[in-house]
Design a binder for this molecule. Structure first.
Ligand code: BDR
Ligand code: CA
Length: 322
């Protein structure tokens, strides 16, 4: 079984990413770590508990990480995700799940000492990883890889003309991780996540499953869709974090090039990610994705009972792909 740690800031798309990872019982999820990003740390931590309750996965440890970026002032994206971070849906956390009584650095240290080949996936700012590197400079040598949702390389940003949110929210942490993380990093940025829209057609299709997970996904995505329509005139939900999880856990969805990545930490361009494409570098930047394969994976893994209909819908020779 593959050992996985997910560090995230739920967030509607984080929630869908967690649901995707939790749907596959072949992964040993060592813990889900909260970081402040989309919302403050209390909210992102609580949202992990709410999602685990929905998925009936009370066995997965939850760790509360950092509530403040390394240097800059905290930011929030409640207009994208709702005041509760999940589109203001009616979802409670089972009071029997508790947050682990451990500091985030100690959690990473203990997992990396106990388990081989740990794969880390980050779906929010890189604060927890940077803080752990500061505390235990060589500990990540024991990890297998890091897949990070973050960055905008050859496309505009989503919170400034040049910056992507996760990097912008803690640029100093991102800079430190891209420079100093000892193991291979894969960066899943806006270059590809904006190309993997989940359109209302698919949202309607998910509803046909009729399960509580489908109900939750639809209600939360409705909020997210409204944001994308009102602000960008896009009729679809950008699947940033689910794409990062899909690329980390499954093969052959994206193509990459190697680069060194630098992050601008001050001024108007704060949060900009710059790829030095020298054919080498420690970061694999995903520049192309197979949207159809991704949607098949996302919907098919969460709702296996819909796989057959999904294949018909995606390949329908008359109507084509939506
Ligand atoms: C990233 O920012 C957050 O709002 C999303 O959850 C995602 O991780 C996209 O820029
Ligand atoms: Ca996120």
């Amino acid at each position: 079984m593959r050992n996985i740690i997910i560090d995230c800031d739920p967030g509607i798309d984080d929630a869908l990413a967690l649901i995707l990872a939790l749907s596959d019982l072949d992964f040993n999820i060592l813990g889900i770590v909260a970081v402040a990003g989309n919302l403050p740390i209390q909210t992102t931590t609580r949202n992990i508990l709410r999602i685990l309750t929905l998925m009936d996965r009370l066995d997965v440890p939850v760790i509360a990480g950092y509530g403040n970026p390394l240097k800059r002032e905290p930011v929030s994206a409640s207009e994208v995700h709702g005041d509760d971070g999940l589109g203001n849906v009616d979802l409670t956390a089972n009071p029997s799940i508790k947050v682990e009584d451990i500091e985030v650095e100690a959690f990473y240290h203990s997992m990396l000492c106990q388990h081989k080949d740990v794969e880390i996936i980050t779906l929010g700012p890189l604060t927890n990883i940077a803080k752990t590197m500061m505390c235990y400079p060589t500990i990540f040598e024991a990890a297998k890889s890091l897949v990070a949702m973050g960055g905008a390389f050859d496309v505009p940003g989503n919170c400034s003309p040049v910056a992507e949110y996760n990097i912008w929210a803690d640029p100093h942490a991102a800079k430190m991780v891209f420079k100093g993380f000892s193991e291979p990093i894969t960066c899943v940025g806006l270059d590809v996540t904006r190309k993997t829209l989940l359109t209302p057609n698919y949202m309607e299709f998910i509803k046909t499953s009729g399960s509580p997970i489908a109900t939750f996904i639809n209600k939360a995505l409705q909020f997210y869709l409204e944001f994308h329509w009102q602000n960008n005139r896009v009729m679809g939900c950008e699947m940033h974090d689910p794409l990062a999880v899909a690329i980390a856990l499954y093969e052959n969805i994206g193509k990459v090039y190697q680069a060194d990545v630098d992050v601008i930490c001050e001024g108007d361009a704060i949060g900009q990610t710059i790829a030095h494409k020298n054919g080498q570098g420690n970061v694999s930047i995903v520049y192309q994705v197979d949207r159809k394969k991704f949607l098949e994976l996302l919907i098919g893994n969460i709702f296996p009972q819909l796989k057959e209909d999904l294949a018909c819908m995606i390949d329908n020779p008359i109507y084509g792909v939506f």
